[in-house]
Design a protein around this ligand. Structure first.
Ligand code: SF4
Length: 256
């Protein structure tokens, strides 16, 4: 049996780590959050081929799990100052939930509770969203939840077009990382952003649409439902269409 040489082992680990960091750097990644695993370059890199950059199209992302792909997106976002919302935030509210979720909910932007905790949909509207998710036969942790802008608009105002445009690449990258089978857009800003439409949410909802080939249902935002409880009936009708489509696609709703 060959002698074990700890110095050679250490050198091999250092080479592998250096290779991985160089690959991330080529993709524009400048930091990886503490506690997150470093994404691996695709196999081609270790055979001497050029590894795709992690900032390239979704199909070129690391071939590992959703968590690794999301880690790349989060690392690219970094301590973002790409728009003026960065000035007033306490936290970047990136997203939460199952990184390989079949179902993704996309809202508008963080409020005060979300800014404080760093997690989307934790206030009153978030509790209503959790009830909606559970009524569909999922636990909150089974799905993935995020917003179109990751930083709180001051005074809970609407996000402005330049802010949405600055953050949109990261939303798209999150969708590409999670690879959901279905998307539910909560409110007009999420639906208008992904569908490239200026139609009001009242006209978009109730009809299954598509984003990049993924079925997408626009519906009212839970915060709107808190102010207009009578609209819950329409939202439930929208979610029933979502459930029917999930069933048609053979996606298990674990708590149905
Ligand atoms: Fe960056 Fe998005 Fe926050 Fe603007 S809203 S600073 S683009 S993370």
């Amino acid at each position: 049996m060959a002698d074990f040489d700890p110095r050679e082992e250490l050198a091999a680990i250092a080479r592998a780590l250096s290779e991985r960091l160089r690959w991330l750097e080529r993709g524009g990644v400048t930091e990886v959050p503490v506690g997150q695993r470093l994404p691996r370059p695709p196999k081609a890199a270790s055979k001497g081929g050029a590894a795709p950059s992690p900032s390239q199209a979704p199909s070129s992302m690391p071939s590992g799990d959703g968590a690794a792909r999301l880690a790349v997106v989060r690392a690219e976002l970094g301590d973002c100052t790409r728009c003026k919302l960065s000035g007033g935030r306490s936290s970047i509210v990136f997203g939460v939930g199952n990184a390989d979720a079949p179902l993704m909910f996309i809202g508008e932007g963080p409020g005060a509770d979300e800014d404080r905790t760093g997690e989307p949909f934790v206030g009153a509207a978030g509790q209503l969203l959790t009830k909606m998710i559970e009524a569909m036969g999922f636990a909150r942790g089974d799905v993935y939840i995020c917003n179109i802008v990751k930083c709180r608009p001051p005074g809970n105002r609407n996000p402005e077009p330049d802010e949405i445009a600055a953050c949109e690449p990261f939303l798209k990258a999150q969708v590409a990382a999670v690879r959901p089978r279905m998307i539910v857009c909560l409110g007009k800003f999420a639906a208008q952003t992904l569908l490239k439409s200026d139609a009001p949410i009242s006209r978009m909802r109730g009809r299954m649409q598509a984003y990049e080939g993924i079925p997408l249902m626009p519906t009212f935002h839970p915060a709107f439902l808190l102010r207009n409880p009578s609209a819950k009936r329409e939202v439930w009708a929208d979610l029933q269409l979502v459930m029917a489509e999930l069933d048609r696609l053979g996606i298990v709703r674990p708590r149905k």
